[in-house]
Design a protein around this ligand. Structure first.
Ligand SMILES: Nc1nc2c(ncn2[C@@H]2O[C@H](COP(=O)(O)OP(=O)(O)OP(=O)(O)O)[C@@H](O)[C@H]2O)c(=O)[nH]1
Ligand SMILES: [Zn+2]
Length: 358
């Protein structure tokens, strides 16, 4: 036994470091800085180290930038000698793509491997930052981390896709408008990421399929009553149906903005105001359409003793992913509420591009 933080704990530190603008060292031999939190002083310091830093972006972002992504899902953009903080930011962030359409021509690296760059991007995503990082290879990663007092992490651990164990923390009775027999359960992942919740209505029979909803956090829709999506009415509609039937489980997964975080979702909204749809906006930012991990929902259901559900959703991908994660979906129960003039195009895009059932 020792007090030394293990790999999972160091990864959590690394995410916090990046969110504050502190560089992180990868044991394969690189130091990385998240572009979103980069400042002029640290950019100057990076340059003073010498070497050839590159700006790692996703293949999605590279497509918008018309830059060649030789590594497929990743592009390593060579940093011009005169690159300013503004230049770095505007390559990473599509906010002013339309105002400053030509960032290039951008030269991308072709030789070598992009494993460390891929890990850098994964870490930025996990920190809910823009998926873009400045990466400089260093010879002695351990020594570099020690000299600069930086967090050192194994690159392989960043891209490891194993689901972090979830601990049931506490549950307590919460009488709800839809049912006085409401109970909220809090689950906390071991990796220091966000907690997730389960709202249990009544006392559902564990040996029968339970009416269930996998709901992803939507601050704007769930809390503010935003008309841009259908989340608020879906949340309340699902709870109401569970109340009417006297039993159900609503999983509230803190995967805001289909897993990109609220700040990035607002960046996507800003792009939607420029005419891009919900999928295009995600891609321009460098994300996939959907960055959520639904295994979390399946795991919570299992821990609560459920193995089969009647799933309230219009999203066939949720059904497939539940099945893959060992939860039997005996029925898909449509949840069509909350369409309005503002979200009509959003719902149509989800049907056309993401396979949602109308
Ligand atoms: N990135 C991004 N996320 C969005 C946008 N609009 C809504 N969201 C997020 O999308 C998620 C909606 O989740 P859900 O209601 O669970 O899902 P769904 O996949 O549409 O499927 P069902 O509602 O079950 O049919 C929430 O996390 C919202 O915050 C958007 O324009 N961009
Ligand atoms: Zn929403």
């Amino acid at each position: 036994m020792s007090f030394f933080p293990d790999i999972t704990e160091r990864l959590a530190r690394a995410r916090a470091d990046l969110r504050m603008g502190v560089p992180v060292v990868l044991d394969g031999g690189a130091v990385l800085l998240a572009v979103e939190t980069l400042d002029a002083a640290r950019l100057a310091h990076l340059r003073a180290l010498g070497g050839a830093p590159v700006l790692a972006v996703t293949g999605r972002r590279a497509e918008t930038l018309k830059a060649r992504a030789y590594d497929g899902d990743i592009a390593r953009i060579v940093l011009p000698d005169d690159a300013t903080l503004y230049w770095v930011r505007s390559v990473a962030d599509p906010a002013d793509d339309l105002r400053v359409p030509m960032k290039g021509p951008l030269q991308t690296a072709r030789d070598g491997v992009a494993d460390l760059h891929r890990a850098a991007i994964a870490l930025c995503k996990a920190a809910r930052l823009l998926p873009a990082a400045l990466v400089l290879t260093v010879d002695n990663a351990t020594g570099f981390a020690r000299t600069h007092n930086l967090t050192l992490i194994p690159a392989a651990a960043v891209v490891d896709t194993a689901l972090s164990p979830l601990q049931p923390i506490i549950s307590a009775r919460v009488p709800l408008e839809v049912s006085e027999a409401g109970r909220l359960h809090v689950f906390r992942p071991d990796d220091g990421a966000e907690e997730h919740y389960a709202v249990e209505i009544g006392r559902p029979d564990r040996s029968a399929p339970v009416l269930s909803r996998l709901h992803s956090a939507c601050f704007t829709g769930d809390l503010l009553g935003s008309l841009k999506c259908d989340c608020g009415p879906q949340l309340r509609g699902a709870l109401r149906q569970m109340g009417n039937e006297g039993a159900g489980v609503l999983l509230y997964l803190n995967q805001e903005g289909r897993g990109i975080g609220l700040a990035n979702k607002m960046r996507a909204y800003s792009l939607q105001d420029q005419g891009f749809d919900t999928v295009e906006a995600n891609h321009r930012l460098g994300f996939e359409d959907d960055e959520r991990d639904f295994r979390i929902g399946a795991e919570i259901l299992k821990q609560m003793g459920f193995s089969s559900v009647r799933l309230l959703t219009n999203n066939p991908a949720k059904v497939a992913l539940m099945e893959q994660s060992g939860i039997n979906v005996v029925e898909r129960v449509p949840l069509k509420v909350g369409e309005n003039t503002h979200n009509h195009a959003y719902l149509a895009t989800k049907a056309a591009k993401s396979g949602h059932l109308l």
